[in-house]
Design a protein around this ligand. Sequence first.
Ligand SMILES: [Zn+2]
Length: 421
Amino acid sequence: MAATARGPWARALPLLALTGMLIGCTTATTSSPRSTSSSTTPDPSAAARAKAERLAAAYDYNGAIRLLTGMPGAQDQLAELTRRKQAATAYPDNATISHLFYHSLIVDPARAFSSPTARGYDDYMVTIEEFRAQLRDLYDRGFVLVHPERIAGVDEAGVAAWKRIYLPPGKQPLVLSVDDVNYYEYMESDGFAARLTLNSRGKVVNDYVAADGTKRQGRFDVAPIVDDFVAKHPDFSYRGDKGTLGVTGYNGVLGYRSSMIKYGDTDTTRAEITRATRVATALKADGWRFASHSWGHIDFTKDSVGILAADSQRWRTEVEPIVGPTREFIFPFGADISTAAPYTDANAKYRLLHGQYGFDYFFPINSATPSWMQLSAGSLRQARINVDGLSMGRALANKRHVLWQFFDVAKSIDARRPSVK
Ligand SMILES: [Zn+2]
């Protein structure tokens, strides 16, 4: 069954980043809490003011204003916050919001591009260096990460409606997702991270085994790299939003071999479930969401309702307890349950996914246009643009390709990629 995962969209992760973990480890040596004369009474409002500024940087002006209202001496900052709030306007048309997706990043191109799966990695993966360059471009061009739940919501009655996203001039929302954040068995020793984990300070990082066998912890995939980027550029994230991580179940989750169906009900599997759950919880607390990418990476266009139902139950049994309930669904291979016609309850697959399993946000693939969205039948359907070797190659050959709207494709492309030689 795991063999089904071998499709175009089922692959891997990257490297780099040695600098990451050292920065920030410099704890302040100057201010010892035990220093005797506490003549410098700390200003109790200083922390609140700093927090208000962080909230405002992430466009939560109301939160920032609430925090400082009534606080003595905060009038100037309040006035400034009010000015910024008034300058922000509702994004005019949420249906034009784009959605980019990646797979796990290639850490070591030398290994990935010489492995038996080199062709697949070249087609479907992006290297860490490419991702970092693209992230910088996205930020410089004014994109701001938002979760799909910001675009539209579904009320108690099941009615879907657009929501408002308030941004200053020059900024525009963007959705980011990552498929197959599973660190599949087939990727092992091909130059990808081994898993997501927590470092000694409780931050989400990756475990990575270098070509010489050296084990390292650091930022070797999308989530920790984006976390670090947002820490430095809080205005790249709308109120703390990062991205959505799509996960299957057949090889476990987040690099942990947590599937009892695949690996058996053993103490080892149970320990992996515990570790994966800890990491998933930390990711959610830091602005990440999860999406079902099905349990077995099956084809939702071709496979029968019966197969879809069995797979959905497996995901619910094995993956949901780890990542928590989610209303987001990312189609494996981008294989949708309908053509361009809107979803309706006449569609048995839609009834299963939406009615029975509660998914309200559906993500197919369409890289022919910067945005494609449908709001209907109590759900939001948003097409995603693949960022990978295939799309970058097409963009290099066609200056009007959609990717150029997001970053400089030529500048970002890794010279170690076989297809660019
Ligand atoms: Zn996939």
